[in-house]
Write a protein that binds this ligand. Structure first.
Ligand SMILES: O=C(O)CCC(=O)C(=O)O
Ligand SMILES: [Fe+2]
Length: 347
């Protein structure tokens, strides 16, 4: 884990940049802000830009790094909400969210999913009572099994950033990578072939759309969202394309997997055996990382998997609370699934 700790001068420069931005924009979802975000990001301190640039371009750097030191005022951010659907903290955490998008804009383009968290770009991760036992970022009592973010989807993020607002019980996010030397040549060859299938994770299922959006959707948007859920349902019924779980260079392969949402390959035993070996190998190297308030954790979604340890949620407004954003290096590749060339939402 590599970490950049902001100096007092850098914190103060960032705060004055955020002040300029918040005098113009009051919501991180504002499309004009998102359009301008990469321009603002060029005004971040040099060392921050250099760190993020190296993370993006140098793959011998760890696949998960942290920029820490941004001060969080626990009373200003207010209580941890009990659902993301109201966006009750839009103004209370505006600066923190804007900084999340600025960091993301140095890695690529931030984007969202119409089928996840009601199509918001900046997501919330905190325990929700009705999801307590589920395989969701907003679950708590179950281990969130390690995964590549949205591994089932060809347009999944190149990078994900988690920013921590609050983590009183020091619950660890878990990270894993592959030490490829531990696998046999034949296993790697097998894992590079399209024998595998990953179902959409719970966060994209229609049952998790909020009632707030369901009730407010306009007719036109409704059709698009329905179509998007139809696609998800189809993928969920195992009728999608088969994929490889390793890709890129065989000497240093990228990862695409989410074992919890992968069914056993009964008719392809060697592929299943190779997958089991891969999963075991990653499991052996799982590293827990406790995010602290003010930490921005940048994750290379091709090179590392991540998950979360289980914990006891209290639903008292003081529970663990992270923000998350997805980033693609190339928005164009998903043009067939976005309504306009400038839209950042995948349908
Ligand atoms: O809560 C965490 O630390 C990780 C959550 C996660 O993996 C997710 O929501 O995608
Ligand atoms: Fe995740």
């Amino acid at each position: 884990m590599s970490r950049l700790v902001l100096t007092n001068q850098e914190i103060s420069d960032i705060q004055s940049l955020l002040k300029d931005i918040t005098s113009k924009y009051s919501n991180v979802e504002d499309i004009d802000f998102l359009q301008e975000a990469s321009l603002f990001a060029h005004e971040l301190p040099w060392r921050v830009r250099e760190f993020i640039n190296n993370f993006k371009l140098t793959e011998d750097m760890p696949g998960n790094v942290i920029i820490s030191g941004y001060p969080i005022d626990d009373s200003t951010i207010g209580l941890t909400p009990n659902h993301w659907k109201w966006k009750a903290d839009t103004s209370r955490t505006l600066g923190e969210q804007i900084l999340l998008v600025l960091y993301g804009s140095l890695l690529g383009e931030v984007f969202g999913w119409s089928t996840q968290q009601d199509g918001y770009i900046v997501h919330d991760i905190f325990p929700i009572k009705t999801h307590e036992n589920e395989q969701l970022g907003c679950g708590s009592s179950q281990t969130l099994w390690w995964h590549n973010e949205d591994a089932f989807h060809p347009y999944r993020a190149d990078y994900v950033i988690f920013m921590c607002l609050r983590n009183p019980d020091k619950v660890a996010t878990t990270f894993g990578k592959l030490n490829v030397e531990q696998l046999k040549y034949e296993q790697i060859q097998m894992l590079l072939k399209p024998y595998f299938y990953i179902r959409p994770d719970e966060s994209h299922l229609e049952k998790n759309e909020s009632d707030v959006r369901k009730e407010s959707r306009q007719k036109e948007a409704e059709n698009l969202v329905n179509l998007a859920y139809e696609k998800i349902n189809k993928m969920n019924s195992n009728s999608g394309n088969k994929i490889s779980v390793l890709f890129g260079s065989p000497e240093s392969p990228y990862l695409r997997l989410d074992p919890y949402f992968m069914d056993e390959l009964r008719d392809k035993k060697e592929a299943q055996t190779a997958l089991d070996a891969l999963v075991r190998e990653i499991d052996r190297n799982i590293e827990p990382v406790v995010l602290q308030p003010g930490d921005y954790c940048l994750i290379d979604n091709y090179r590392v998997v991540h998950g979360r340890n289980p914990f006891q949620a209290n639903y008292d407004g003081k529970d663990r609370w992270l923000k998350r954003v997805n980033i693609t290096r190339d928005l164009r590749k998903s043009r067939d699934s976005r309504a306009t060339s400038t839209s950042r939402i995948i349908l």
